[in-house]
Ligand binder design. Structure first.
Ligand code: SPQ
Length: 436
């Protein structure tokens, strides 16, 4: 039987040192997908070996793609071209990964065979109508549970026509699913979105040779242009670095250097938000890696203050709000997060989860329909909290524990393997000799 682990985090006196965080999850997924769809060989360095990316890797193996695992973070993929995938002989399990399921829906909707996508208990509750609807409008035949809104999804691929889609939400997964379907058929497919969501698909598809343009408000792809295998270097994941950015700021006497972190402007909202809160974060050694900007981030303990967060900043920091709410609990004054209703449909309802977890430690936090209101500056007590099976909740509460008055026990922490294998070991390493 699967063992459900618990971890206890003790308060610490300061964080010191330099380290690298694992490869970017969003970019790792895309590297596997686009290399599989390209002609010829690709080599991927710095890949995240998290469970989500392994779901994508296994999915493409089941579609007939040859993938050689050279090292823990290095793959060689023998691409099969846009028309070379094979019908899978079994159901494809996307595990906990929304990115796998939604991007694969776009890819498989255009492939001339039958496939079924499923996932774990959390993924099967997440909304899939957001990709089923635009793909169906392009002619896709997709059936899902609960009135075609949830997985498992059965896809009878092929027969698509290009589309112009105005997405009601700023979602990279929706945008990517439509572009990936459009990329495989004749004609131009355009996606518009209300705010710019992460643009890794656009950048990497261009890097692999797709005919794709980004413009203010959206992106357009001209279909049936073959991709060519490439050498891809995956930068460190800013969403994983975010936990240590907040830790370095809220734990007194800290100074840490996080190396090789992706700072793509569609992902770097966390840096802007923490700097606006008064956080000392310096970007050094800025450079480019496979079409993505990266930097080293120097973080020093800072007295944070509350701010108002909403609008275009939300998609630029969407996965960081659990740990931003921790920063807000340690800040002086009120932080309000609005326009972030999307947080309710992640691996768990992240608004409800963070209100319950931080509330259990004595924080003054209240849920809003589309965000949270946190009155900071109250010293958090220790206690026991649940991760709700969500990796970002588990790691956010570990960071809260580093600055609390006494230890915090976090239940059900296996989920951190989803995006950050080695998280607990790194936490132990940087805490060593520094416990209060
Ligand atoms: O892949 P998954 O499960 O959806 O992962 C999450 C995460 O916290 O790791 C969200 F739960 O990140 C999404 C992110 O929220 C990854 C992603 C991507 O790689 O395209 C885009 C965002 O989702 P969305 O719904 O805004 O497109």
């Amino acid at each position: 039987m699967h063992k459900v682990e618990t971890r206890t985090v003790v308060p610490i006196k300061g964080l010191r040192g330099e380290f690298v965080v694992p490869g970017d999850k969003s970019i790792s997924h895309r590297a596997i997908m686009f290399a599989s769809l390209a002609e010829g060989k690709s080599r991927i360095h710095g890949l995240l070996r998290g469970e989500d990316c392994l779901s994508t890797l296994k999915a493409f193996q089941s579609l007939g793609v040859e993938i050689i695992e050279k090292a823990d973070d290095e793959l060689i993929i023998q691409g099969r071209g846009l028309a070379g995938l094979q019908e899978p002989s079994d159901v494809i399990d996307c595990g906990n990964s929304g990115t796998t399921m939604r991007l694969m829906s776009g890819i498989l909707a255009a492939q001339p065979f039958f496939s079924i996508l499923t996932g774990d208990q959390y993924l099967r509750k997440r909304p899939m109508g957001r990709v089923i609807n635009p793909l169906t409008a392009m002619g896709a035949k997709i059936l899902g549970r609960d009135g075609n809104s949830k997985a498992p999804l059965a896809i009878d691929g092929g027969g698509l026509t290009p589309a112009e889609y105005h997405s009601p939400i700023a979602s990279a997964q929706v945008k990517s699913a439509v572009l990936l379907a459009g990329m495989q058929i004749d004609g131009a497919t355009t996606v518009y979105e209300p705010h710019l969501s992460r643009d890794h698909s656009e950048r990497m598809l261009r890097f692999f040779g797709a005919d794709l343009e980004s413009f203010s408000g959206g992106a357009r792809v001209n279909g049936r242009v073959q991709l060519t295998g490439r050498e891809v270097e995956v930068p460190g994941d800013i969403s994983s670095a975010a936990f240590f950015l907040v830790a370095g700021l809220i734990v007194p006497n800290s100074e840490i250097l996080l190396k090789n972190v992706g700072i793509n402007p569609t992902r770097s909202g966390i840096i802007d938000i923490l700097q606006q809160m008064g956080g000392s974060i310096e970007l050094t050694n800025q450079r480019e890696l496979s079409g993505e900007p990266i930097a080293d981030l120097l973080v020093k303990s800072s007295q944070l203050h509350g701010i108002e967060i909403g609008g275009e900043l939300i998609p630029r920091a969407i996965d960081e709000f659990p740990v931003i709410s921790v920063a807000a609990a340690f800040a002086e004054g009120v932080t309000t997060i609005r326009d972030a209703k999307e947080l309710r449909v992640k691996e768990t309802d992240r608004i409800a989860a963070m209100c319950e977890c931080l509330g259990a430690l004595g924080a003054d936090i209240e849920p809003l329909e589309d965000g949270m209101r946190i009155v900071g500056g109250i010293r958090l007590s220790g206690g026991q909290v649940n991760s709700f099976g969500d990796h970002r909740i588990a790691m956010s509460m570990a960071i809260a524990g580093l600055g609390s008055a006494s230890e915090v026990e976090i239940l059900d922490v296996d989920c951190t393997e989803t995006s950050f294998p080695g998280f607990w070991e790194l936490l132990t390493q940087i805490s060593r000799g520094n416990t209060s």
